[in-house]
Structures are given as C-alpha cells and as structure tokens.
Design a protein around this ligand. Structure first.
Ligand code: SAH
Ligand code: DHB
Ligand code: MG
Length: 219
C-alpha cells in the first residue's frame, strides 16, 4: 500500500460517509488563496473530531492551533446552541482567515479566536467554565506544556486529543534533532506515567499521509 492508495481510500470513505459541504470547501479554498499551508486535519479526521465531541457531550471546547479554522468548523458544529469554543493562534494572518471562514460557516457566535502565543494565552486564561474537550494542534515543541495547561483548565472526564504524534514514524527516532519530534517524544514520556490521564494513540493513514493522534481522558 502506498500514499496513493491511502488517499484513494480516503476518497472512497468521504464519498460514502461525508456530504459535500460548501462551508468546509470554501474554507480550504480561502486558506489556499491566502497562502496558508495545507496542514489542516483531513475531512475524515475532521468528522471524527466532530463525532467525538458530540459523543463526549462537549459544551466548552478548547483548540490550540487554529490555522484557517478548518478543524474549528468541524468542532464548533458539535456544540449545542449554548456551547462555546475558544481557539488559540499565534499568527494574526491565520486568525484573520479563520475568522472569515467561521463567519461564512455561520459559526462566529460560538467561536472566539484568541491571537497570541498559545502558552501565554493559556496562562492568562481564567475560565469561568472548564473545558470538556481539548484539541491540541499547534507547535509540537510545547505539547507537554499544552497538556498541563489543558489539565488545569479542564473538568474531570475531559477529552484531550493531540494531533500529529506519529509523523511518518519519526516519533521512533530517539536521536532526532527535529524539535517537533523531540516535543512529541517528550509528550509520550510525560503521559506514560501521568497520574491523571488515561491515554492511547492511534496511527492514521490517508490523504494527509502517515501520522496519528493521541487520545486521553482526564481523571
Ligand atoms: N487545527 C488546524 C491546523 C493547525 S496548524 C486544522 O486542522 O485546521 C498549526 C497552527 O498552530 C498554525 O496556524 C500555527 O500558526 C499555529 N501555531 C504555531 N505555534 C503556535 C503558538 N506558539 N501558539 C499558538 N499557535 C501556534
Ligand atoms: C504540521 C502541523 C500539523 O498540525 C499538521 O497536521 C501537519 C503538519 C507541520 O508543522 O508540519
Ligand atoms: Mg495537525
């Protein structure tokens, strides 16, 4: 099996289980036109995030790493009428594109995009209502810090998902000098003996190549 087959199977899955969606399609078009890198979650992953958030009954979602808001749209759609999502993004140009995409999707009333380094935003955050669902998908170097901040701001039973924890098997390279790999390996070591997290990680292949996500529950 090659990357071509993975993408073809993703097309087969999307063709059967995902409906054509103008808000999501125009978000990806707008991202590309504005020069954003195509590193959003795939469509099948986006729908999985939405379903997981719905299954968890999420009402207060935290996202770290907005880009153009593609994953944000999927996650915000999981929310009930009185639900809220906060998404953190360091790049003002990305945040601007994301706000435009969320506006077009009719989701702006439910979504707050906070511009700035996510760790600063998190440390300054005084959440009146704790987060019940957290999606971490920004600079991988900070993943341990993000998980610890997420725990500080989350309720018991909260779902924590971390994207891109496999990186074409790069996670196995103990001598890597890639900060993203080093950050990911630190994340696994940190969670391995964590007193408050039950976790697993799932490898994925598809139209975004070979990667994976970590799924944890706060206890
Ligand atoms: N979740 C998005 C993809 C996010 S890509 C989706 O699936 O659609 C990662 C994003 O994290 C980029 O937009 C990048 O600018 C942002 N980022 C990188 N470092 C950051 C930091 N320190 N704080 C906040 N955002 C950061
Ligand atoms: C990268 C970041 C992501 O969040 C992603 O899904 C894929 C790639 C990156 O920084 O290369
Ligand atoms: Mg990602």
């Amino acid at each position: 099996m090659s990357e071509t087959s993975w993408a073809a199977v993703d097309e087969y899955i999307s063709g059967h289980l995902l409906k054509p969606d103008s808000a999501l399609a125009s978000a990806l078009r707008h991202n590309a036109a504005q020069g954003l890198p195509p590193i959003d979650v795939s469509a099948t992953q986006g729908k999985m995030l939405m379903l997981l958030a719905q299954m968890a009954g999420a009402k207060h979602i935290l996202e770290i790493g907005t880009l153009g808001g593609y994953s944000t749209i999927w996650l915000a759609r999981a929310l009930p009428d009185d639900g809220q999502l906060v998404s953190l993004e360091i790049d003002p140009d990305h945040a601007k594109v994301a706000r435009e995409n969320l506006d077009r999707a009719g989701l702006s009333p439910k979504v707050q995009i906070v511009t700035g380094a996510a760790l600063d935003s998190l440390r300054n955050m005084q959440q009146p209502a704790p987060f019940d669902f957290i999606f971490i998908d920004a600079d991988k170097q900070n993943n341990v810090n993000y998980v610890e901040q997420a725990i500080r701001l989350a309720c018991l039973g909260a779902t924590i998902i971390v994207d891109n924890v496999v990186r074409e098997g790069g996670v196995l390279d103990a001598s890597s000098d890639d900060d993203r790999i080093i950050g990911t390996r630190k994340l696994f070591e940190h969670i391995a003996n964590h007193p408050r997290l039950d976790a697993t990680a799932i490898q994925t292949v598809g139209d975004k190549g070979w990667d994976g996500f970590l799924l944890a529950r706060l206890r």
